[in-house]
Design a protein around this ligand. Structure first.
Ligand code: GAP
Length: 540
């Protein structure tokens, strides 16, 4: 979805009186909701398209004033849970540019490719693997629909598993999926582009633009951005914008281990920008050319990888679930195609408005990366294990999550349209309070009679701990709605009673209920409700 197209769907809402409870709430969970979310993200200062005044740059986005705060909070949630809460994980910040041999060693120069196919009629380019995966999920949807229809027909006695195992139509669909998956896996593993094209033909996949099946050959395309170091354009000067942050960790493995006197098992974490020349860039900030990763490489004794892989799968899933989104929004997806060195790999998928898609990857990478760097650098990257009294190249379990995808997951789940009891509507972002860009809004009821001064006093008290805003324009109802739309969990109103007894009303974003509390109590009340540490404590 192009940003401009999305703006054709501006969201209009009224400003009802405060303190009404919602009688109907619709969360964003279908593909039609994505344009509304994109439009909302722009209108309320979360995400802008890069260089918009020049008509934008495809698949590159800027985070605006509220988006930058939300992103910072998400990053902090990850960093604290990884680095601060694990005595054996430390964080680094490696450079984006790395010696070019890094990417030869890691395999990115030779094999970081996407299989691309063009439709000859529309001249549109697609990722061949995505076309096949989308076609398979359409068949999966058909199965889902058959089961839903049958559930309605048979009522309480319906046994979905039995139906799936016996219904001829469902079995036929399932066979198609299984057969295609097997062929697809074999084609990817063998890098057999002819077979990949044949799968597209056999599945009768049509181009969504031209409607035709007139496909070119499938070709491999390297995703790294190359540039020149220094002023001379020679091949030997070619360097790359890093396509993943992980390699900055691998090349520093021994430096960190030695300088930090780290003992295996231990982890190195980092967050930072990564760059990929994605050809099929779509779905807003889901697939970008410049994005941010949060990765952790956990170095372990060879032979313990299966155990650690399961541990990190469980740890990462628990981290996601602590955000409080419904459990049904997450699932594991084992990789069909495993890299030759990988022992196991899976994704944590999230149900975005356009369906379940990869949010995070967990990979059991053996000793591949360190060995490759040993070979290409000629330097030993070994650990001497005092318990075993021997040296070895450690194995690695990697957890890798895209910060932008986490942002989109949060925003799309938070976006809610509510119909209130009086028939009016509001759009509210139900962002978990500890992640909300602005924690508190302070409103004097009117612009005079000493109320603004009192409001400023409250701001000055709270602003050292929380991002706060002060607003005196428009009636209180409108001010509430503006804060709802950016997900501010608490609005404080200063009224005439405040001047007499030093109390204010504090209004909760989600329930829209107001309570009167003493100003002196505000730091405790707000601090407790927006505390990231309270969420982190649940992880232990
Ligand atoms: N070091 C391993 C690695 O980079 P990956 O599966 O290619 O693995 C990890 O990427 C995560 O980075 C993905 O799960 C996704 O969240 C994020 N990611 C990858 N490509 C992206 C893109 N083009 N735009 C936004 N996020 C992306």
């Amino acid at each position: 979805m192009k940003f401009k197209q999305a703006l054709k769907f501006p969201h209009v809402f009224q400003f009802p009186a405060a303190n009404r409870s919602a009688i109907f709430a619709a969360m964003a969970n279908s593909s039609e909701d994505l344009p509304k979310i994109i439009s909302h993200a722009k209108e309320y200062g979360f995400v802008f398209q890069s260089s918009e005044i020049y008509d934008g740059l495809s698949a590159v986005y800027d985070y605006a004033q509220n988006g930058a705060e939300l992103k910072k909070n998400l990053r902090e949630y990850w960093w604290k849970s990884m680095v601060q809460l694990h005595e054996n994980i430390v964080g680094i910040d490696a450079a984006i540019f790395m010696h070019p041999t890094t990417w030869k060693a890691s395999g990115h120069v030779d094999a970081f490719n996407d299989p691309l196919v063009d439709n000859k009629d529309s001249k549109k380019r697609y990722r061949a693997d995505v076309l096949v995966e989308d076609a398979m999920s359409k068949v999966e949807d058909k199965i889902k629909k058959e089961v839903e229809k049958a559930a309605k027909r048979f009522g309480d006695t319906f046994d979905a598993d039995m139906y799936r195992a016996t219904n001829p139509r469902v079995l036929e669909y399932q066979k198609k999926i299984d057969d295609t998956k097997a062929r697809f896996k074999a084609a990817l593993e063998a890098s057999d582009m002819t077979e990949l094209r044949q799968i597209i033909i056999d599945l009768e996949i049509v181009c969504p633009i031209s409607g035709s099946r007139n496909w070119t050959e499938v070709r491999q395309f390297n995703l790294m951005f190359a540039t020149q170091l220094g002023s001379v354009a020679e091949e030997s000067n070619t360097i790359y914008l890093r396509p993943e942050t992980a390699q900055g960790i691998f090349v520093n493995f021994l430096n960190v281990q030695k300088s930090g006197r780290m003992k295996i098992p231990f982890g190195i974490a980092q967050t930072g920008k990564a760059f990929r020349n994605e050809i099929v860039a779509r779905q807003f900030i889901f697939r970008m050319r410049e994005f941010e990763q949060m990765e952790m490489q956990f170095f372990i004794r060879p032979g313990t990888e299966d155990e650690w892989y399961e541990t990190w799968k469980a740890t990462r899933m628990a981290w996601h679930k602590a955000l409080g989104f419904p459990e049904s929004k997450y699932r594991f997806h084992d990789h069909i195609k495993l890299a030759h060195y990988a022992k196991a790999a899976c994704d944590i998928e999230f149900e975005f408005p356009f369906g379940f898609k990869e949010l995070e990857g967990i990979h059991s990478r053996s000793d591949f990366d360190l060995r490759q760097h040993e070979e290409h650098s000629g330097k030993k990257l070994q650990y001497f294990d005092p318990e075993l009294n021997q040296g070895y190249v450690p194995y690695v379990i990697e957890t890798s999550i895209g910060l932008d995808r986490l942002f989109l997951a949060t925003l799309s789940h938070a976006y809610t349209e509510e119909k209130l009891e009086d028939g009016s509507e509001r759009v509210v972002l139900n962002i978990p309070p500890f992640l909300a860009p602005i924690k508190v809004a302070v409103f004097p009821l009117q612009k005079d009679e000493g109320l603004p001064e009192k409001g400023r006093e409250i701001m000055n008290m709270l602003k050292y701990d929380h991002i706060c805003v002060y607003e005196e324009k428009d009636n209180i109802g409108k001010r509430y709605r503006r804060q709802d739309a950016i997900g501010t969990p608490f609005c404080i109103t200063v009224d005439h009673q405040t001047l007499q007894d030093n109390t204010v009303t504090i209004r909760d974003r989600d329930t829209m209920k107001q309570e009167r509390v003493a100003i002196a109590e505000l730091p405790r009340i707000i601090g407790d409700r927006v505390s990231m540490n309270n969420v982190l404590r649940k992880l232990v």
